[in-house]
Structures are given as C-alpha cells and as structure tokens.
Design a protein around this ligand. Sequence first.
Ligand code: ADP
Ligand code: ADP
Length: 225
Amino acid sequence: MYRLDIQHLSKSYGGGVQALRAVNLRVSNGMFGLLGPNGAGKSTLMRILATLQEPDSGRVLFDGSNIHEHPHALRSRLGYLPQDFGVYPRTSALQLLDHLALLKGLRNRKERKEQVLALLQQTNLYEARHRAVSTFSGGMRQRFGIAQALLGNPSLIIADEPTAGLDPEERNRFHGLLSEIGEQVVVLLSTHIVEDVQDLCPQMAVLAGGRVILQGRPTALAADL
Ligand code: ADP
Ligand code: ADP
C-alpha cells in the first residue's frame, strides 16, 4: 500500500500568476483523477510531483519520504507520462524503449530486453516495434507513452492529460490498459474530460484557479459537475 501526501503546495510564476494555492491531497493505491479546466494548475502540479519543478512552499511525501529532498529515490520509482511524448524521427519503438530503460537504470541487458518486449506486447505495439514512433497514430503514441512510463515497475505513475487528442475508440483502449495497471500502484491522472475520471477513477479531485474545490468519489460529485 503506497501513499502520496500533498501538503499546502503553492507555486507562482512571473507576472503574478498563482498556479497552485495551498493544495492538499491525499492519494493511496489505485487511480486518482485530477479534473480541471485549462489553466487550473494541473500540469504545474504534475510537473512538481514528477520532480521536474520545485514548489514555492509546501511539501509532497511519497511513502513517507519528501520527494524534493530525495528526488533520486522517487525518480527510480516514478513513471511519467507527459502530455506530449517526445517524438524521435529515426529511432524505432524498440530501440527507444530500450534506451529509456537504460536511462531508468535497468543495466542488465537480458532483463531489459525481456521487460521491453513484454511492455510492447502489453501495449499492443509488438507488431509495430521496428517502426519509428514518429510514424505512430495518436493512440499508438499514447500507448507507447504508457509503455515507457511502466519501465522499471514504478510505484507512482503521473499521467498528464493522457487522452488529449485521442478519438473515442483510442480512448477506450487506453482506458482498458490504464485500469489493468491501476490497482497495484498509485496512478494520478490529470484531465479536463469528465468521462475519463468517471470511467477510471474511484477517487478524484477538481482543481480550479489553483485550488482544490472538490474531492471525493466521482459518483458523489456527479451532481456538482
Ligand atoms: P493546466 O495544466 O490545468 O492547464 P497549468 O499548470 O499549465 O494548468 O497552468 C496554470 C497557470 O499557470 C496558467 O495560468 C498558466 O498560464 C500558468 N503557467 C503555467 N506554466 C507557466 C510557466 N512556465 N510560466 C508562466 N506561467 C505558467
Ligand atoms: P497546459 O495544457 O498544461 O495548460 P500549455 O499549453 O498551457 O499546457 O503550456 C505548455 C507549456 O508552456 C508548459 O511548459 C507551460 O509551463 C508553459 N506555459 C504555460 N503558460 C505559460 C505562460 N503564461 N508563460 C510561460 N509559459 C507558459
């Protein structure tokens, strides 16, 4: 059982933009949905949780450890699925995944290869493994994003608007894949699409103007949305 504890997190940018205002959230195993309109502060929160950015104040504990005091400890257990997965024009999906696995510290060549091939199968990309990711459709790219986020068996997965730009069928496939993973680890999913949260997340919060304005079960909140 893992727990992510977000305490009084604040972050502002130049020009007086206060992206996060004393955000408190407590998340345990399973999928947690972070719903909010554009500009709500979702990406800022996700980048802070992925230790790509530091908060101005407040702290984040994962499994009891402060992630900004011990970023390396977190990064080895983190899967990050950014809004846009970087596209490398000439590298095959297999090569790219293998390279990302190496960066994640999977040093043993044989184990790395096994894990990479298993993930390509799990995300339904095995047949396409020799193609460059830049030639993939939107849905395939998102599935590649999941595959790379799962390298090294992370205990925390941060997914920033993973269904943006997918058609309904691709979104369904993506939902199926995410809910398979969702149980054993903490998955934080940010989205502005209510259905993503309703379909996938037993717990959720609504972020608006940098504040958590609602938190609870999607069914209980449906009337307020
Ligand atoms: P969301 O992901 O919910 O759209 P963001 O975290 O991207 O929200 O943005 C929250 C607010 O912070 C917005 O007003 C946005 O313009 C601003 N913002 C985000 N990133 C930066 C940045 N790097 N520099 C300045 N302002 C930013
Ligand atoms: P989001 O969907 O998260 O709102 P954006 O398109 O707003 O994404 O932001 C894309 C990138 O631009 C992010 O790295 C974000 O930090 C940065 N950004 C967003 N708003 C601003 C801003 N007002 N000034 C500078 N950078 C910004």
